[in-house]
Design a protein around this ligand. Structure first.
Ligand code: GLU
Length: 482
């Protein structure tokens, strides 16, 4: 059997759709799981959609997600060029060959004539008008400089079938197909043509792409047959939905890989989550490295039905990835998010980030979680009431002056603060929580904080801790009328 070769063939639109990323991933995993090659091909023949810098976005997204392609425009290989706009001579040659073989023909019809073919329901199907032109007439019209396109010649009767490895047998009646344009009047190929030529010439054995191509594949197969080429194996993938009715879409800002990275998702977590959108590994594990995925990947785990993108689950997984980072890696990826915080530079960065490591699901939460360090204004003292801790405002007002006294005289280290606060509880007959809880609230004015009383003291420093506790005491006094 020949070596498996799969490809990812994105159009450079300027952003990497998560659905596209999943297609790339499955093509990559299938190749690697079968000892094959994974190829990157850029499909840039639609000049109107050209976006500056878009190809670089494709390279960087694939690299960041850990998909190392074997061949591609920036990698080289024996089947190049890997950018379609650099393959124009190739398409022209094969278009002429297909015309010779009866699989395609020149069409000179004007826009007006094509419009006149529209029926009362707004549907239009080309009527093969130009197929009847004689060879001499075609040559004469081309020689006179008349504009033309090249269309596929689809048989009028019969049907075509193929086996999709996910969706089974797909059969389409030829009457449902149209003689689509293969080469446009500007000489550019359409996707309908270029995908066939390139997949064949690049030796692609397995075509893996979205279900939107499921029903047009019979047209492509007719071309393979007309050329006398072996058809590839097809694997079409289910759509990714935002919810029951809506596709994940760029328009709603919920589909772009880079947007997720800038919200503080780690590329490894995104790619891991995306892998699970439509595929369930046999071992039923969710957190997987690329090596795990290659080892576990198999087509029978791919589902036919659309999968729903669940950001809550992605967040959870991302939190797991953050926790699993080494401190060094974590500081490196978290630092740019810390820099966006208004307290950046005011407190110890390492301490702030260390406290947050196990308390965030995305790096984007870092600035907001540190906001309490920046401002300490009046807050609702009802926060001091906590049933489980057995504290309330009155008890807090008793405890806090003692806390002030204790911490004013202790060594400002974790152990020093711990010993003095716990010592205070023991000595005065309080439960530990009756000292630690009011202290934490008095230091922050917040119900939830990235760490307990001792960590908050260390973060704020002695002077600021004492200032805040004093302020909290006066708030309590005002509230209790003392
Ligand atoms: N350029 C096509 C797209 O971006 C590729 C489809 C395919 O993989 O054949 O949708």
């Amino acid at each position: 059997m020949s070596k498996v070769r799969t490809r990812f063939a994105p159009s450079p639109t300027g952003f990497m759709h998560l659905g596209g990323l999943r297609t790339a991933l499955y093509a990559y995993l299938y190749a690697k799981a079968n000892g094959g090659d994974f190829i990157l091909r850029i499909e840039d023949t639609d000049k109107e959609r050209f976006v500056e810098g878009a190809i670089e976005v494709i390279y960087s997204s694939l690299k960041e997600s850990g998909m190392d392609y074997d061949e591609g425009p920036d990698k080289g290989g024996n089947y190049g060029p890997y950018i379609q706009s650099e393959r124009m001579d190739i398409y022209k040659k094969y278009a002429l060959e297909l015309i010779e073989k009866g699989g395609a023909y020149y069409c000179f019809c004007s826009k007006e004539r094509l419009e006149s073919l529209t029926d009362e329901n707004g549907n239009r199907k080309y009527d093969k008008h130009c197929l009847k032109l004689s060879k001499e007439e075609v040559e004469k019209r081309i020689a006179s400089g008349e504009s033309y396109v090249i269309r596929q010649n689809i048989p009028e009767v019969g049907s075509s079938s193929y086996e999709d490895l996910i969706y089974g047998t797909i059969t389409i009646d030829h009457s449902e197909l149209e003689d689509n344009i293969l080469i446009k009047s500007d000489g550019m190929p359409t996707y309908n043509f270029a995908n066939v030529i390139d997949d064949h010439l690049m030796g692609i054995t397995h075509v893996i792409r979205g279900t939107e191509y499921l029903s047009s594949t019979p047209k492509y197969n007719l071309m393979y047959d007309a050329f006398g080429w072996e058809r590839p194996v097809y694997i079409h993938l289910p759509t990714i939905m935002k919810d029951a009715t809506r596709k994940l879409s760029k328009r709603y800002g919920d589909a772009n890989f880079d947007d997720f990275v800038s919200k503080g998702y780690l590329p490894q977590a995104i790619i891991n989550y995306v892998a699970l959108l439509g595929w369930s590994p046999k071992e039923n594990i969710e957190k997987m490295t690329m090596e795990d995925m290659i080892r576990l990947f198999s087509l029978d785990g791919i589902s036919k039905s659309p999968s729903i993108f669940d950001e809550v689950k992605l967040k959870w997984l991302n939190g797991e990835y953050i926790k699993a980072l080494s401190d060094e890696e974590y500081f490196k990826v978290a630092e740019p998010f810390l820099q966006k915080s208004s307290v950046y530079g005011k407190y110890d960065s390492t301490l702030m980030l260390s406290l947050l490591k196990t308390r965030i699901e995305t790096l984007g939460e870092i600035p907001e979680k540190l906001e309490f360090l920046n401002e300490f204004t009046d807050y609702n003292t009802a926060l001091f009431c906590h049933k489980k801790m057995k504290t309330d405002e009155a008890l807090s007002l008793q405890v806090l002056p003692l806390v002030l006294n204790a911490i004013s005289n202790c060594e400002w280290t974790h152990d020093g603060l711990h010993d003095s606060l716990i010592g205070l509880a023991t000595e005065k007959g309080y439960k530990n929580g009756q000292v630690l809880y009011p202290t934490r609230i008095a230091l922050t004015g917040k119900e939830s904080t990235p760490g307990g009383a001792i960590e908050m003291c260390l973060l704020l420093g002695k002077e600021e801790s004492i200032r805040r506790i004093n302020h909290s005491i006066s708030l309590l006094k005002a509230k209790l009328g003392e």
